[in-house]
Design a protein around this ligand. Sequence first.
Ligand code: PEP
Ligand code: MN
Length: 345
Amino acid sequence: MLIVMTARATQREIDGVVRVIESLGFRAHPMPGVTRTAIGVTGNPGTVDIGHFENLPGVAEAVHVTKPYKLTALDLRPERTIVDVGGARIGDGSLAIIAGPCAIESREQAFSVAEIVQRSGAKFFRGGAFKPRTSPYTFAGLGEEGLKILADVRQKFGLKVVTEALDESTVDLVERYADMIQIGSRNMQNFTLLRRAGRSRLPVLLKRGMAATLEEWLLAAEYVMAEGNYQIVLCERGVRTFAQHARNTLDLAAIPAVRRISHLPVIVDAAHGTGRSYMVTPLARAGAAVGADGLMVEVHAQPEQALSDGAQTLTFDEYEQMVNEVRAIHKVIAQAGVKFAKNSG
Ligand code: PEP
Ligand code: MN
């Protein structure tokens, strides 16, 4: 159920509706917008009688939501969500660049990459301290020691830190040191982890499961939102297909598809999405061209010596060149967007 308030509804009227929702044992999710506030209702086992709400002061209409996702949908929030990551924004029309090594390997390694990332004008630094590795015998990250290095990167370079939590207990640690919790592809349907992230004060970067449909992905975001955390960035990182020329098949069509139904920002991970460094820049360009709110890439001083994902990692020179190119493309797309809005409006 979705309750749309009138444009003139007062805060007192909004609070009144929230109280009625809660008195019925449901959860209210007020979403203030530019023109009106809408209130999502979750926790109801079946359909709720519209009659409870229709005649409350300030209510324009109460509607049943037939889609499986409620809070992630544009129906609830027609304006795009802007996600605040430690003071830097994703989804505000700029092109967010999240760059860094696959894994934090040492302070020297992390600092060398952070210097280049900062110099490029990117605001976000990535790097795993807890790595979900396919084989139990490969490097799984430095753990809390890696998080401490990330916290130092944040301090020294002023970059916002995005890092993965693998389970509920690592969310506790990530909250202590980072600015954004990454939930990886393998964990997209780890529902206890999603709920825990939903109770966090930190924004969440939710990667698409490697075999997840759009609906499953949005429902995963719904788990986080249903707990009260509305600050989510979706990340397309490629899906499994028959193709063998790349590690994954980057599903660029997912970007306009998500934007059509959801208010959440969506970014493209051109590193995991391809698995081959020579494909990263072309697909990052494509991500900017297709209207992504941001890009994620992996960078290392010596990719061939990286402890994980070296094959998809950019050198410093490649990274700097890539940033210039995607910025130029984003500028064209942003201008075209403004022109299109004028022509169609
Ligand atoms: C990563 O970003 O480090 C990662 C492991 O990505 P994914 O979950 O998309 O495989
Ligand atoms: Mn990686």
